[in-house]
Design a protein around this ligand. Structure first.
Ligand code: HAM
Length: 421
């Protein structure tokens, strides 16, 4: 026997039993985003490598360790997108989307790639749904995306989660703070782990993310940025929080959330749930006012988020109500012909129903009544249409309602109408 080929580690198939969750998530997101006046954008999976190394930041973990980067046949370095924001920004600049309106609201969904160690909720090919607002530097725009995301999560039936919010201040405000923070950690350097020694050099904020207990303890007493931001930033952050209050969105201000990507300024946020285990963040985002300019566009403020579909679907399953686990009948007809002539007639009737947008199915060759009924039941068809020589002669089908366990004759000519009713 030939050797079986398996999917690549960390890249999962989404099998037919799973797709209903994906469709529900995507349809609900589209519906809600549309209500907030966001339009869909689709960008390629492959981009030139500098888009991400410059966009996300050379020092970030994603760029340093996790990108799927290779030379294409022309010798150019290309990367499979590890996130959507940089690509959307590239497209926004390339197509001068700001020209059609000063505010541009875009959403996207699709696969992203990061070479991480796979575990529950962490894959190498995963999927994001994200939204980005360009052209407005107002805390109400930050609040709008958080409220929209919150509504989406609630509509999916997910109830136990927390929203952590923070402000990182502007780049200018951050500089003296980073110095203060570095000095604080330097004064306790022996207490920090090896990795944190490196973080002291590369990105001191990342020490807040360290999982080593000793480092966590030291980080607990470190100065926080929110205490050193300017009165304007503080007031903007308050406006953001007030807007969340007014929309009934519950949040916690957590001065220690740092995001893994380097482009954030001012507002940042994360949606987390204890139900997910160690990969608890199922969505995150914030403001990135410098990115459009860094990637060659005109200075343009922007804010947005992305959710991880796999993690959100884990939560959808956790909170699925028991009623939806009950047998759900499929509103369609399974044809069961009893002989050769009925088989031909059934095929014609089935085609009529399908042309009339009614789901219908039958075997590709004549089978026993028992085996056909088994299939109709297995797939939860609401109706079985039995046709034998008697029915053929009378021009009817015996329509069995498998949900109500009733049956009655229906004229073949009236079948489509009667099912539609
Ligand atoms: P991020 O926090 O890197 O942000 O990713 C957003 C979400 O994608 C995470 O909260 C997580 O649910 C999911 N995710 C990330 N990596 C993986 C993985 N390896 N496996 C499964 N799920 C994963 C961004 O990507 C930003 N672009 C968000 C953003 C948009 N900020 C502003 N606009």
């Amino acid at each position: 026997m030939a050797k079986k080929i398996r999917s690549i580690t960390g890249m999962s198939d989404i099998l037919p039993g799973e797709t209903k969750y994906w469709n529900l998530l995507e349809e609900t997101a589209r519906k809600i985003f549309n209500n907030y006046h966001f339009s869909e954008i689709r960008t390629p999976i492959l981009e030139e490598t500098p888009l991400f190394s410059r966009g996300i930041g050379e020092g970030s973990q994603v760029v340093q360790k996790e990108m799927y980067t290779f030379l294409d046949k022309g010798g150019d370095s290309v990367t499979m997108r590890p996130e959507g924001t940089a690509s959307v920004v590239r497209s926004y600049i390339q197509h001068s989307l700001q020209a059609s309106d000063e505010i541009t609201k875009l959403y996207y969904m699709g696969p992203m790639f990061r070479y991480e160690r796979p575990q529950k909720g962490r894959l190498r090919q995963f999927h994001q749904i994200g939204a980005e607002t360009f052209g407005v530097d107002h805390p109400l725009a930050d609040a709008e995306v958080v409220i929209m995301l919150d509504r989406l999560i609630k509509e999916l039936g997910i109830t136990e989660y927390k929203i952590a919010v923070n402000t990182l201040g502007s780049l200018e405000e951050r500089k003296p703070y980073l110095e203060k923070l570095t000095n604080y950690f330097l004064s306790d350097k022996e207490g920090l782990c090896e990795d944190c020694h490196k973080r002291l050099e590369s990105n001191v904020l990342r020490i807040f993310d360290c999982k080593v207990e000793a480092c966590k303890q030291i980080a607990l007493k470190a100065p926080v940025l929110i205490d050193s931001v300017s009165p304007e930033t503080k007031s903007e952050f308050d406006t953001f929080l007030k807007a969340l209050d007014q929309a009934g969105v519950q949040y916690e201000v957590s001065p220690r959330i740092v995001r893994g990507l380097d482009y954030y300024v001012k507002t940042t946020f994360e949606f987390v749930s204890d139900r997910l285990g160690s990969q608890s963040a199922f969505a995150g985002g914030g403001r990135y006012n410098g990115l459009v300019e860094d990637l060659g566009g005109k200075p343009t403020p922007a804010v947005g988020f992305a959710l991880g579909c796999e993690r959100v679907i884990l939560l959808m399953k956790e909170f699925e109500s028991s009623s939806s686990e009950e047998k759900e009948f499929v509103p369609g007809v399974y044809f069961i012909p009893m002989d050769e002539k009925s088989f031909t007639k059934s095929k014609i009737l089935m085609q009529n129903l399908r042309d009339g947008d009614i789901l219908s199915e039958m075997a590709f060759e004549k089978k026993s009544l028992k085996s056909q009924m088994r299939r109709a039941n297995k797939f939860n068809f609401k109706y079985a249409a039995i046709i034998g020589s008697d029915e053929l002669e009378k021009g009817v089908v015996m329509l069995k309602d498998l949900e109500k366990s009733e049956q009655h004759e229906v004229k073949m000519d009236d079948l489509l109408e009667s099912i539609r009713k």
